[in-house]
Design a protein around this ligand. Sequence first.
Ligand code: 5GP
Ligand code: ZN
Length: 111
Amino acid sequence: MSDCIFCKIIAGEIPCNKVYEDEDVLAFHDIHPVAPVHFMIIPKAHVASLADCDESHAAVLGKILLLAPRLAREQGLDHGFRTVINTGRGGGQEVFHLHVHVIGGAGPRPM
Ligand code: 5GP
Ligand code: ZN
């Protein structure tokens, strides 16, 4: 996806503040954090949103969710964190490459 900003970050064409990387996923800090800690975990293989996932994405989705608490702890979120997946325009999604927001450090907030 040559016009996808997150694919460009994965390719190193746009810099990011990296949290974690392996062969399947990349995690990096959000450029506009809404809390003291705010990073995103994304699959390296482009998929537009959660609504575009199928069985073939099960492993990477599981990996991302299991990484969230580990990376959150490494970022100092010892008391918990929020995960957000915005899906589609109606869900507030702005970047159409699946990403899981991990947010914390600002105390509890209402949904
Ligand atoms: P969405 O609303 O799609 O769930 O969230 C997209 C997020 O990506 C936003 O929180 C926005 O701040 C972040 N973002 C957009 N462009 C960039 C970028 O170039 N670099 C980084 N690190 N974050 C970005
Ligand atoms: Zn992409």
